[in-house]
Design a protein around this ligand. Structure first.
Ligand SMILES: Nc1nc2c(ncn2[C@@H]2O[C@H](COP(=O)(O)O[C@H]3[C@@H](O)[C@H](n4cnc5c(=O)[nH]c(N)nc54)O[C@@H]3COP(=O)(O)O)[C@@H](O)[C@H]2O)c(=O)[nH]1
Length: 727
């Protein structure tokens, strides 16, 4: 046998050499101990050595090998048996080519083949020093089988993802896509958008807010599997589709989550089927409004919600007058077009959070929630919306070049709580609608006669107020504000209405009506102009030149974008000193858009105007924003002054307000001082300014003046009575 060195895996070569040299281990024993087939060729390609395993693994007959055959003969034999496929002479040529190449390169030649009996063998040929080659064969059948199974499994997996609507994905431990496979992925071209990003980093139509991803992110953070997490996405081509992903964590040997894998499924078809079912079950096909069943559900929800909020809600029942005539005269298609137009108008006439439904035929319903905690205020608002609806519905609709017009009869009922059924509420509104029909159609009626009376009264008051303003029935009264010596140092302007038949109407009655109708804007502007006129006149009167004049503001005035300019102009036109003008606000007014309010107040304060916070202690005063406002005065509400002498709580509140004002460097006016005792106690507490009947009731500051033309004029809508009458 040719002399060469063997290195066996797991046996140090020096130790093996030594064992062979010392004769303790023959090379033959050594080679036979191997689990690998071993064949040695001399320089002519003759088999000069082999181990037992070679006969077994290569399934070569011992007689052949014992003859020391040339490799050519062995190849012919193997080809004849079918272990090697192809023409034997060409196979021999190939074998020699590789033998020479290994010698020339010094690199082993590794190859594999499958025998006729089905074994997969891997052979490695190395050139040995002095000529000749050693060939080592390893049976890799199991490994090859495992690989084939793996390939099969991959193929099956590929078929699955190619033929189905599902696709496969993998994420890293942070939830970023690392692999996406499947026909859908390819066809939709979504891989570039997703790879390297987490699902929540890719915009989704149904999950616009970070909290919408919480269930998925929690599962990822906690290493939990998740199922059918639905996401709506927009494709690069603009189409939207829905898919659902399910996944499970991939763990390492130590059980740590090292990533995620799962499937995605296109569920667009199911979603659209669901949407259709939903639409058919809950929506009216013709108009897209809620149908009777869905509307009744909403009504029940509104009842439950009114219990929680303590607010009244209203149900409006709308029936089109003589709708049948339209159908008869112009056909059903025209009638349908008119109903669709009505539905759109109803939707446009109410707030987004209100609900509109169609019960069938020409019957529509509108649900108005959170109207007001007081039923009369709620009724007033419901009446306002009903009137708006009445106006918009009767506008002509053009259908097939015809101007179609219908009027609505509207019934309203208010509700709060869950004591009655939704059907009862609907029944009441329906009955009220019949009253509207009976009242001559194209009208609004309440179910409850007292509600009806209230809204009619308010509508009348509003109309009369507008006339009263025009006819000079309003005038300014003033109530003195005094110092510790009971000397007048200021006046508060208080509006009065001398109604021709009702007498003196208190502002508590007509200011809310003016606020709701928008009439407060020209009215408030007029008060400001008159007040500035008074200040300018007082400037020439030594007794009054030092007085300030306090004017009450409404929330709506303050919200006017040009409010600062309006005040500036009033001062300028009257030639009044801004430092003598004080504007009184209540806490609730300040809650609306605090930043805008502060900006306006600061702009006015820069002119020298002072601000007082009225009715202090009755609202939700937050000291945080109180500090930010340019206030110079707090007014202790008269409810605390009234029982000051008998109720220790009220006394404590008055004292606290005085201390607070001192630390905020503000004045305090105690309102509603009616007795000398109250005056004394407040003075002892450190109060320096007082207002109340004890010092003087409101008295006229000037004769009544008609409202002159103002920049805003009367550009306000006056709501008519239930049966409209010209204003
Ligand atoms: N936006 C505007 N609001 C105005 C205007 N004019 C008045 N008002 C607001 O109307 C509310 C009612 O005012 P009024 O009926 O005039 O009542 C005032 C006083 O008469 C009353 N008062 C004063 N002293 C006493 C008293 O000793 N006892 C007692 N029972 N009542 C008294 O208090 C009212 C003044 O309160 P206040 O405004 O809080 O300082 C009233 O809330 C006005 O804000 C206007 O032009 N615009």
């Amino acid at each position: 046998m040719t002399d060469f060195t063997v290195t066996l895996p797991g046996v140090a070569s020096a130790a093996a050499d030594e064992a062979v040299r010392s004769g303790r281990l023959s090379v033959a024993q050594l080679l036979d101990a191997l689990q690998h087939a071993f064949v040695v060729l001399d320089a002519q390609g003759r088999v000069v050595g082999y181990n037992t395993c070679a006969l077994q693994m290569l399934e070569l007959p011992a007689e052949l090998m014992q003859r020391a055959p040339l490799i050519d003969d062995v190849v012919r034999w193997q080809a004849a048996r079918g272990d090697l496929k192809g023409d034997p002479e060409r196979l021999i040529e190939r074998v020699w080519h590789h033998l020479r190449a290994t010698r020339a390169s010094g690199q082993p030649h590794v190859y594999s083949y499958t025998t006729a009996s089905g074994r997969t063998l891997q052979g490695a040929t190395v050139a040995v020093p002095g000529g000749g080659w050693a060939r080592v064969y390893t049976d890799i059948s199991r490994h090859a089988q495992a690989l084939a199974q793996l390939r099969d499994s991959e193929e099956r997996f590929r078929s699955l993802t190619e033929l189905s609507a599902d696709w496969y994905w993998e994420w890293d431990a942070q939830g970023r896509y690392t692999r996406l496979e499947g026909r859908v992925v390819r066809e939709q071209g979504i891989a570039p958008t997703f790879m390297g990003r987490t699902p929540w980093e890719v915009p989704a139509a149904n999950r616009p807010k970070p909290e919408d991803w919480k269930p998925l992110r929690d599962a990822v953070a906690q290493g939990r599997p998740f199922k059918r997490f639905e996401i709506q996405r927009t494709l690069p081509d603009g189409r939207t589709y829905w898919f659902a992903i399910s996944g499970e964590p991939v763990r390492d040997a130590a059980g740590r989550c090292v990533g995620w894998r799962g499937i995605g499924r296109d569920v667009t078809a199911r979603k659209s089927a669901e949407a259709t079912i939903q639409r058919l079950a809950y929506y009216d096909d013709l108009t897209g409004l809620l149908n009777r069943r869905a509307f009744q559900d909403r009504l029940r929800q509104a009842q439950a919600s009114s219990v929680r909020s303590g607010q009244w809600a209203a149900l409006l029942f709308i029936d089109l007058d003589d709708f049948k005539d339209v159908n008869d005269a112009y056909g059903h298609a025209a009638g349908d077009a008119l109903l669709r137009a009505c539905a759109e108008r109803l939707r446009a006439a109410v707030r987004a959070e209100d609900t509109v439904g169609r019960l069938g035929g020409d019957e529509f319903v509108v649900l108005l929630e959170d109207l007001h905690a007081q039923p009369d205020q709620a009724a007033w608002r419901a009446q306002h919306v009903a009137e708006k609806i009445r106006q918009v519905v009767q506008q002509p609709v053009v259908v097939d070049a015809h101007d179609l017009t219908v009027t609505p009869s509207i019934g309203i009922t208010l509700f709060a709580g869950q004591d009655e059924s939704a059907a009862d509420i609907l029944g009441r509104a329906d009955l009220a609608m019949y009253h509207s029909k009976a009242a001559g159609r194209n009208a609004v009626q309440f179910f409850d006669p007292s509600m009806q009376a209230t809204v009619v009264q308010r509508a009348t008051l509003q109309r009369e107020l507008r006339h009263g303003l025009r006819d000079g029935e309003l005038c300014l009264y003033g109530q003195p504000i005094v110092d510790v010596r009971a000397q007048v140092c200021a006046q508060e302007v208080l509006l009065r209405w001398h109604h021709p038949t009702r007498g003196l109407v208190p502002p508590g009655e007509f200011i809310p009506v003016a606020e709701q109708s928008g009439l407060i804007i020209p009215l408030g502007q007029w008060v400001l102009q008159r007040a500035c006129g008074l200040l300018a006149a007082w400037a020439h009167d030594p007794q009054r030149a030092g007085w300030t004049l306090a004017v009450n503001l409404s929330a709506r005035q303050l919200r006017q974008p040009d409010f600062v300019d309006t005040v500036r102009r009033a001062l300028h036109e009257a030639g009044a000193d801004a430092r003598r003008l004080k504007l009184e606000l209540t806490e609730s007014q300040l809650l609306h858009d605090v930043e805008d309010t502060i900006a306006k107040m600061e702009a006015l304060a820069a002119l020298g105007i002072q601000f007082a916070l009225d009715d202090f202690g009755t609202g939700y005063s937050s000291l945080a924003y109180l500090k930010r406002l340019p206030l110079t005065q707090l007014k202790i509400d008269r409810s605390f002054v009234r029982d000051l002498l008998t109720d220790p709580n009220d006394a404590a509140i008055a004292r606290t307000i005085l201390q607070l004002a001192q630390s905020l460097e503000m004045d305090v006016v105690a309102e509603g001082v009616e007795t000398a005792e109250q005056f004394e106690v407040l003075r002892a507490m450190g109060c320096r300014l007082f207002q109340g009947y004890h010092f003087g009731r409101p008295v006229p500051l000037e004769p009544a003046q008609p409202l002159g033309p103002t920049p805003t004029g009367f550009g306000v809508t006056i709501i008519g009575a239930a049966s409209p009458s010209p204003a």
